[in-house]
Design a protein around this ligand. Structure first.
Ligand code: PLP
Length: 420
């Protein structure tokens, strides 16, 4: 029989800077990608041996850094015992992690998934289910906020108002309204009994690192109580210690019904969690929702280790303290970098999720941002972008003061080389 398999010996060109050109990956990620090979602590090496300090943790994922022996051991032991069961059964690691998570607040159960967007899909579905089974039809509207980011699947994308993410895929899920972030008056004007739920971030991770005010948190709690809404805190990026609190909600007094978690939850393995209260769990019936892989024994075994490490007052205090140090270093850097074609206008964020806002006196801002990120890589530090014009810094939570100083020095070199 004739084989239809393509016989090819694919050679992907990688240049001396470790960049693969035109890789066989979708163009949504660009046509030039740095090929990383290994990591230890907060450092990474590419395939050509170039070394980088990681100021991004993937995208706020690798809380413990790279090459963590304990994570490797736990995952390998669990794979040898049982790698997967489906959700028709469960396992001890899954039950152990779920018990730990529900003890972190007024929760009764955890739906596990594999990514942030799935955790939010689940939360949105539960909000609608709760409204329908408790209050009947006509209360399905969902509220989101300007510059929010909740994921790429169609439901989560429907509550992500930034046009660039949505436009090719419209029309999206109907029944979504958008309110300006941190605008108490607008919130009170918009919300009424048509709504099922509100989804909100305490720090807008992808949308420019704006932080929720305490007044806004209070207003969100109040409108939830007034209309029996489901208040969802999307802590996919901010949860698990990133801001120096177990959940960023605690820092502003937000009292969510549901918390969603993902990025750092399983030390770099794909796992998400949607934490739900008794009032929602009581309304769920067999078959309402599900997943094949979510919450398997390997990811949950590793996540228990992460949880025990992070959910510790000394660890969280350490993150808060290093976050202050990073914030002060960025403020000093902002003042030190002279205004030329670009200007560093503001330091944003909290804890170890910080940003430097860039303004361009001339030229295209997005070109400047590309040049800054590239210059940083050439200086040996990997940083991220948030929104249109914020350099985002989200290092592994285990970073030391000395490593923060080193990263800031490298970033300074990059900013100077770009704005000269
Ligand atoms: N929610 C927030 C706040 C995020 O920052 C992200 C990803 O950046 C998501 C949801 C989507 O997560 P994922 O990419 O794992 O689907």
């Amino acid at each position: 029989m004739k084989s239809h398999q393509k016989q090819s010996n694919i050679e992907i060109p990688i240049d001396g800077e470790g960049i693969a050109h035109e890789p066989p990956l979708p163009r949504q990620y660009g046509t030039e990608l740095l090929v990383l090979k290994e990591g230890k602590g907060v450092y990474l090496w590419d395939v050509q041996g170039n070394k980088y300090l990681d100021f991004g943790s993937g995208i706020a994922v690798n809380a413990m850094g790279y090459g963590v022996e304990e994570i490797a051991r736990i995952a390998a032991d669990q794979i040898r015992k049982i790698v997967h069961t489906s959700n028709l059964y469960t396992t001890e690691p899954t039950l152990t992690l779920a018990s730990k998570l529900i003890a972190s607040g007024p929760f009764q159960a955890v739906h596990f998934g594999n990514s942030g967007t799935e955790a939010n899909e689940t939360a949105l579905k539960y909000a609608r289910l709760y409204a329908k089974r408790k209050r009947g039809d006509g209360h399905h509207t969902l509220l989101t906020f300007s510059h929010a980011f909740h994921g790429r699947t169609l439901g989560a994308l429907s509550v992500t108002p930034t046009e660039a993410y949505r436009e090719p895929f419209e029309p999206l899920v109907p029944g979504v309204e958008v309110c300006p972030y941190n605008d108490v008056e607008a919130l009170k004007r918009i919300v009424d009994s048509r709504f099922a739920g509100i989804i909100v971030e305490v720090v807008q991770g992808e949308g420019g690192l704006e932080v929720m005010t305490k007044e806004f948190a209070r207003a969100l709690n109040e409108v939830r109580d007034a209309f029996d809404l489901i208040l969802i805190a999307d802590e996919v990026q901010t949860g698990m210690g990133r801001t120096g609190y177990l959940y960023a909600s605690e820092s502003v007094g937000l009292k969510p019904d549901i918390i969603t978690l993902a990025k750092p939850l399983a030390g770099g393995l794909p796992l998400s969690a949607t934490l739900i209260p008794e009032k929602i769990n009581a309304l769920l019936q067999v078959g309402d929702h599900g997943t094949t892989f979510g919450g398997g024994p390997v990811t949950t075994a590793v996540a228990s280790y992460l949880w025990d490490t992070v959910n510790n007052p000394d660890f969280l205090m350490g993150v808060r303290e290093k976050g202050e140090f990073l914030g002060e270093a960025l403020e000093a850097l902002r003042k030190e970098c002279p205004s030329g074609a670009i200007r560093l206008s503001r330091v944003r964020g909290m804890g170890l999720l910080r940003g430097l806002e860039v303004e361009a006196e001339e030229g295209d801002l997005s070109e400047w941002m590309k040049r800054i990120l590239q210059a940083a890589r050439k200086e040996g530090v990997l940083v991220l972008r948030s929104g249109k014009n914020v350099i985002r810094i989200a290092p592994p939570l285990v970073i030391s003061h000395g490593e923060i100083e080193e990263g800031i020095e490298r970033l300074k070199g990059a900013l100077k080389s770009v704005s000269l």
